[in-house]
Design a protein around this ligand. Structure first.
Ligand code: BG6
Length: 476
């Protein structure tokens, strides 16, 4: 990075900053990835001065730094910050911000990270624009978090607020799953191996499962979650992004425009749910959810969704994509499981007791990070019979450190690389895919199934499967 860069964090005293942004900046500092000319403004409502902020930052990092704290890196990071206190609706805040940016000589390279609720966006972007902090080109970039809206209409309205002052190229919409290395690996694994890509289509694949299960409940997040539910919280963003990476065509090049265009094509090819809303999805709620602090007693919010989607294009026509996510399930596990078709000729069926033993490819994204292939090979011995051969490899060696997804994303924003961020077309199409379900489920508990914490969720999800041999792949 040749030019100095100023990175402004709105909502710096909030939960996201404390749990993700500041610890990830610290990790990047430790790894020597923050350039000398990079400095930060922390911005929040809380009254304090820069020294007070630096003390706060040191405390936040102390909570997170683990067993081998790097004091020098923590000091270096704190020294990059100044602090501004103010209200997002106060024009004076933006004048002070401008002066603080000018003082660093970084006016031509500024990131504004909006770690604040979406209802604050319009005050912030218009405050920035009025202070002349919306220079076109890539000089000024805005970073926003999910959820981007709560349906198609609200996403469009939110986007219009941002686009009134910034161009699409200046807006970095985060889906933190795209910052996960194992999610990025879906792309490398597919397109860097000539033996994989020819298998990746409806001729050889029976179905695809994308599973993002969680063991935790909603913790203290009822205020957000009870208004949101699993469909909006997880499916609209993370699951559909993973699906796009699994299903996309190879882009002509690795730049953001091409990548986003290919993901958009997948989302556009998803068959509308219109006539099949109930047949395509099962929703559930864990027992005890209504007793969580802050949950409305008459809530009909789902904490579990399983659904089936079809991607109607040449590559995927006829291949069901089964998606599943939920809170308080048996295990925390995220994986893409691909079941291949049975061989056309069942030569060994009798010898394997009539069982089908298909090939599976399982890409475990977290917490386990493995690539796992199941093949058939001859069973040693006198009789000619097949047995299952499990070929597994870890994504990283024990020496290879894992960085949080946010570290990758923050670096992407600082370097102006949009390839790990989401275009508005993707957001909009994802909402469109789910819109019939959102409307069907809104404000009623029809078909909401209660499941016991620690299980795999409602058994009713089995009704989504197209063929008798299909079942959730819960183990690896
Ligand atoms: C967030 C959701 O986007 O992703 C949370 O709001 C969810 O509800 C989280 O727990 C899961 O992310 P990860 O990285 O822990 O899999």
């Amino acid at each position: 990075m040749s030019e100095p860069c100023r990175f402004v964090i709105f909502g710096a005293a909030g939960h996201l900053a404390r749990t993700k942004l500041l610890p990830s900046l610290y990790d990047l500092e430790c790894a020597g990835r923050l350039a000398d000319g990079l400095s930060f403004t922390a911005l929040a409502r809380r009254e304090m001065d820069t020294d007070g902020w630096r003390a706060h930052l040191t405390e936040v990092l102390a909570e997170r730094r683990g067993e081998h704290p790097n004091e020098a890196a923590a000091r270096r990071l704190a020294g990059r910050f100044d602090y501004l206190c103010g209200d997002h609706q106060d024009p004076d805040l933006y004048r002070r911000l401008r002066r603080s940016i000018e003082a660093t000589g970084a006016c031509r390279n500024v990131v504004f990270y909006l770690a604040v609720p979406p209802n604050q966006f319009r005050y912030i972007v218009s405050g920035l624009a009025d202070a002349g902090l919306n220079e076109a080109g890539d000089a000024h970039r805005i970073v926003v978090e999910k959820p981007f809206g709560h349906d198609v209409a609200s996403a469009r309205a939110l986007n219009a607020q941002l686009r009134a002052h910034y161009r699409e190229r200046q807006i970095y919409r985060i889906d933190h799953y795209l910052g996960k290395e194992t999610v990025q690996n879906l792309f490398v694994f597919r397109f860097a191996n000539s033996v994989i890509e020819p298998l990746w289509n409806r001729h050889l694949i029976d179905h695809v499962q994308i599973i993002l299960d969680e063991q935790e409940g909603i913790d203290t997040r009822a205020g957000y979650y009870d208004q949101t539910g699993a469909l909006r919280d997880m499916v609209q963003s993370h699951l559909l992004q993973v699906l796009s990476l699994v299903a996309m065509e190879p882009p002509a090049a690795l730049d953001a425009d091409q990548l986003q265009a290919e993901k958009v094509k997948v989302l556009r090819s998803i068959r509308p749910l219109d006539d099949a809303v109930d047949a395509s999805a099962v929703r559930g709620r864990y027992a005890g959810y209504l007793q969580e602090p802050g949950v409305a007693p008459d809530s009909s919010t789902e904490t579990y969704v399983a659904m089936k989607l079809w991607v109607d294009n040449w590559r995927w026509h006829g291949v069901p994509f089964y998606l599943r996510t939920g809170k308080r399930l048996a295990e925390r596990q995220s994986r893409v499981a691909i079941r291949f078709r049975d061989p056309p000729q069942q030569l060994f069926r009798q010898m394997s007791g009539g069982r089908r033993e298909p090939n599976w490819l399982i890409l475990s994204l977290q917490p386990e990070e493995t690539i796992h292939f199941e093949l058939q090979a001859r069973q040693p011995g006198l009789r000619m019979s097949p047995r299952l051969l499990r070929v597994s490899t870890a994504y990283r060696t024990p020496q290879e450190q894992a960085l949080d997804a946010y570290a990758t994303l923050l670096l992407g924003v600082i370097e102006g690389d949009r390839s790990l961020f989401i275009h508005f077309d993707e957001v909009q199409l994802a909402w469109q895919v789910l819109d019939p379900l959102l409307r069907r489920w809104e404000g009623n508990g029809d078909g909401l199934v209660e499941y016991q914490p620690g299980t795999w969720g409602p058994e009713q999800s089995a009704r989504l499967f197209e063929r008798p041999h299909q079942h959730w792949r819960n183990d690896r």
